[in-house]
Write a protein of this length. Structure first.
Length: 133
């Protein structure tokens, strides 16, 4: 799926490093949520409300901050640089989130968006699988 979208929309024509951190986070949020939802559905049919509740528990700022703490030592220098770029970007913090968790979550989303644009689908899966296993 990732290859089809990247090729169809010609997203590889602009190097991932040239996107703003918030644009990377915007895209990374979608990829992260798609992975979480797909993983939840892979167990078979379930009540949609239960699926939604489980998904929101994994995609909230607090959960994404915890994800970062688990994989921080696994990240390369380049990945850490992208994470820090996202984390340090100024943005509006929602009232139901803490500032620190929100900033870390933005860094995580930027990293995933960057990996997505690079076509690093296996790396995304490896990192995300690590937190679920």
């Amino acid at each position: 799926m990732i290859d089809v979208i990247l090729n169809e929309l010609n997203l590889k024509k602009i190097p991932p490093e040239q996107y703003s951190a918030l644009t990377l986070a915007y895209l990374g949020d979608c990829v992260y949520e798609l992975y979480v939802r797909s993983r939840l559905v892979s167990g078979g049919n379930r009540n949609v409300n239960a699926l939604h509740k489980d998904a929101t528990a994994h995609v909230c700022c607090r959960a994404q901050a915890e994800f970062y703490r688990k994989v921080e030592d696994m990240l390369t220098e380049d990945e850490l640089a992208v994470f820090h770029r996202g984390r340090n970007t100024k943005s509006h913090v929602p009232k139901n989130s803490g500032m620190n968790d929100y900033r870390i979550a933005t860094g995580v989303e930027a990293l995933i968006g960057w990996l997505y644009l690079k076509g690093e689908k296996q790396r995304i899966c490896d990192l995300l699988k690590y937190i679920f296993d």
